[in-house]
Design a protein around this ligand. Sequence first.
Ligand code: SF4
Length: 431
Amino acid sequence: MIGTVSSSPPSGPGLSASPRPESPGAAAGELAAGTVAGGQVVWEPVVRHLYVHVPFCAHKCEYCAFFSEVPSGDLMARYVAALSRELALVAPDLRPRTVYFGGGTPSLLPLRHWETLLRQMERLNLLGAEEFTVECNPATVSADKARLLRDYGVNRLSLGVQSLDEALLDRLGRVHSRAQVFDSFDCLRRAGFANLNLDLMFAIPGQSLEVWRRTLADALALGSEHLSCYEVIYEEDTPLFAQLGAGQFAVDEDLACAQYDLLVETATRAGYHPYEIANFARSSTPTLTDLELPSFACRHNVNYWRGGSFYGLGPSATSYVRGERTRNWANTPLYCGQLERDRRAFESRETLSPRARAAETAAFGLRMNLGWPYADFTAVTGFDLRSEWAEDLDWLVAQGWGERQPDRFRLTRQGLRFADLAAERLLRPDR
Ligand code: SF4
């Protein structure tokens, strides 16, 4: 199974999780959680990254296991009030360098709710992030909304395209059409957005290599700055999982691998730099060295992969702050009820041991094509990747999945395909 990524923050030791450029060619380790001094991790005085989960969708897609629901009654207004309260509770500890509104479908929120949230962020001094991303569905983009987001400092939009084949869009239960993708892309460009991402999916049941080739060609012709491509995964409790179980189609792993190879070759030829298993970005730097990220790499996601702290707000969202992981209730009325009493809406909280945390940081960081520079890994975690994980690194090399370079360890192209399995090997869960 090719490693998969989601826009939501990593939620725990399971590794199916996984997206403004700061400066062109930023060094890989610059957004690390903290640095180690005297054997102790020294955390930044304030948290620099904010994720907000918007748990509403117009319709539930066939493959979706994210927490989201079709809004009814006054739930959306209640959620906006609760989220405004949650923002106020964390604001004293937050100066965001990156903000990411994911979901769900953030662009489903009507203009008035966006005004409420953005004004609240302004009051709390949470605007001005270097990279501020909002996920959009092509069916729910409008010129008014795009202008409002721009006016409040949103500078990166991520369009959930998934496919440009009408039959496959239907198959996935998507609410938008192929034509809406092109219309919304033009609308966002006209509104002045110079950093756009397209999300695509491959290994969709019924998607031939030829259909994937055409989708890639049409998507690349749009000229977005960033591309995220996910392999379909079959999550329990989704209609697609049930259809697979009922034998309505079979998984073709060879086809998925051929589609992934085609993706990497086509995107690279078109000038995108693969910098993580599923993520490709353009760069304003003509030549990139091994120690640099493309300038349009998503800094928000880089922080996840490098083990950095972040606040995650909204129902089901995970936060990871100074070594403590908390998760909010995946239940919107329950989440709202807690915030209405002025309490954080935690369903769970855990503090990982330094060793377990370092292992997760190793596993997530190897999803990046840069791999883990040994010195950066030690600076972030306090552990030596070479000695502490020596046997595992030997095993990865023996599989053809990993390679040792003088200054770093990284996964090979084949290893990136099996990144979830490679990661499992590195984890050291607390018992
Ligand atoms: S739009 Fe995204 S979050 Fe909503 S149901 Fe579809 S896949 Fe899930």
